[in-house]
Design a protein around this ligand. Sequence first.
Ligand code: ATP
Ligand code: MG
Length: 262
Amino acid sequence: MIELNNVTKYFRTGFFGIKKNAVEKLSLYVEDGKVTGFFGPNGAGKSTTIKMIVGLIKPSAGSIKINGFESSYYKARLKLGYLPENPSFPRGLKGMEIIDYYSKLLYKSIDKKKAEEAMKLAGIFYAKNIHAHKYSKGMMQRLALAVSILGDPEILIFDEPLSGLDPIGRKEFKDIIFKLKERNKTIFFSSHVLADSKELCDRIAVLVNGKLIKNEDIAAIEKEAESYAEDKKDYGLNAEYGTPTEVYLYDLMVKNKKNSEN
Ligand SMILES: Nc1ncnc2c1ncn2[C@@H]1O[C@H](COP(=O)(O)OP(=O)(O)OP(=O)(O)O)[C@@H](O)[C@H]1O
Ligand SMILES: [Mg+2]
């Protein structure tokens, strides 16, 4: 399980190095065996949060624990798979060579069959002998997914796993998430696409300007969305979003974004 306790991360920006909070006093508990969707507008702090969870950067304040271990400690990462926002790999290596390389970096040995299984699950096995720098964006995403599931980790952290995928790729990727869910994995993924919430998630967390504004089960969100739809007079004017949950999450983000800009 993942526990974030009062986590703040600031970066220093500009000539004077003024501190700017990317994430502010974030407390979040990610339950085992559940799929949690992490939503929020551009610059909300999703990737920053994810990088802190996987131990790539340290919180400025607060603590993050994974299965009881502090996120900066190597033991926190033993059962964790990570798909970064814009995956890239060393030039000159073929897909299979990259998988072999990452297999060797893991704490436990991965035999060739298991490595190939990961590639098959991610739908990139067919391109195993092609140099990765010749891959399309979606193929790269799939290779990175294969890397993240090598070693069959308990917890999977995906930063915008569906971005850059065509409709077929999106559907396939969602099916992979369902398969991983069936295997009782804990999945925490960020997304911009509100429609993904209902389909994939057991729980939804929404971040706006570094602050957590929602963290609930999908059933509770849907209930709130329905009563929101009943109360709102000009409801249905948003052509982009079809379901009450999408409209509700959208309006929630807009309202909170405006509030924090004022
Ligand atoms: N290394 C850094 N140095 C300075 N500022 C940073 C750094 N990394 C992130 N930020 C800032 O932190 C804020 C949050 O960025 P982050 O990448 O976490 O957003 P995000 O929610 O992942 O956005 P997107 O949906 O566009 O991927 C932004 O204002 C960004 O400019
Ligand atoms: Mg991001």
